[in-house]
Design a protein around this ligand. Structure first.
Ligand code: SF4
Length: 297
């Protein structure tokens, strides 16, 4: 793992708006939390639902690893609601390399309800999967990591500042026609239901359901950038998909999940929700098959 940059990150959670359910101690979550779950997705042992649609710290971090996890969560928080009473600062952890050549951008946007975005480094320019909130510093770092040739909007509600990043980095913008209205600046509109090769080793698979034009990106038959289609559930230790946040068609989302059985992948990196561990292809396929059967029952 590598992180770059040495500029101190300033997180501006508001002590005066501390959520009363947040565990006593220096770290806290403030009441501006929108309940996106990004903090819980990276530190489910430290963050917990407050019961009012928000998340709070269940307890204070107990060691260096947990302190690191809370800092990472704070960098993902779209409302900057996670911080310390002592105004602690640290060198930024994002962009954070999750596996060789795959980086989580951080700077999750309120406009995309805290969805994650990722950079995939490729020989002829990277692929940005969804977009964070605008940060010139982050754009500079993405350029230093090899740049962005293509920006894929996986679905309508995770567009965030895609237009600004694409303009700053000279990227082509891809979106499916079903969600094209959310990204009118896109210059590559995907059509139909067949997979399309965006770049060598990068396959866009239409997965309507969460939205009409939802797509996922499969890289090197290994990493599935699943948007809001599929995620890991830390509570169950298994794959999950959520009908309560399906905006277009749950039957179509189930059919799209079933079609993913035609593909091989070992690691799921979602827009919302937790990342899966690296799994053997057969294990991942078995879990997906069981999930589809469970959800269709
Ligand atoms: S990341 Fe921020 S907004 Fe999202 S659930 Fe956690 S504290 Fe709330």
């Amino acid at each position: 793992m590598e992180n770059i940059g040495s500029i101190t990150e300033v997180v501006v959670a508001r002590p005066a708006e501390r959520h009363p359910g947040s565990a006593p101690g220096d770290w806290f979550v403030d009441r501006r939390c929108i309940g996106c779950g990004a903090s819980w997705s990276v530190a489910p042992h430290l963050f917990t639902p407050a019961g009012d649609g928000r998340f709070v710290l269940a307890r204070q971090p107990a060691d260096a690893a947990e302190e690191h996890a809370v800092q990472v969560a704070a960098e993902l928080c779209p409302t900057r609601s996670i911080g310390t009473g002592s105004r602690r600062r640290w060198p930024p952890h994002h962009p954070m390399e999750l596996r060789p050549g795959v980086w989580r951008c951080g700077h999750n946007a309120w406009a995309s309800a805290g969805g994650n975005s990722y950079l995939v480094q490729r020989p002829h320019g990277g692929v940005l999967v969804d977009a964070p909130r605008w940060s010139r510093r982050l754009a500079t770092r993405l350029a230093r990591l090899g740049g962005v040739a293509d920006l894929l909007v996986t679905h309508a509600d995770d567009v965030a500042d895609a237009e600004r990043y694409a303009a700053a980095l000279g990227a082509r913008v891809w979106v499916h026609e079903g969600d094209a209205g959310a990204a009118p600046f896109a210059d590559r509109v995907l059509r139909g239901s067949e997979p399309v090769t965006l770049a060598p080793g990068c396959l866009v698979v239409p997965t309507p359901g969460h939205t009409r034009g939802h797509v996922v990106l499969l890289v090197d038959d290994t990493v599935l950038f699943s948007g809001d289609h599929l995620a890991w559930d830390p509570d169950t230790g298994d794959l999950g998909a959520e009908p309560a946040v399906c905006w277009y068609s749950w039957p179509e989302q189930l059919a799209s999940l079933r079609r993913l059985l035609d593909h091989t992948f070992t690691h799921v990196l979602p827009g919302h929700g937790a990342a899966s561990p690296e799994l053997a292809p057969a294990d991942m396929r078995e879990r997906l098959s069981r999930l589809v059967d469970r959800l269709a029952a």
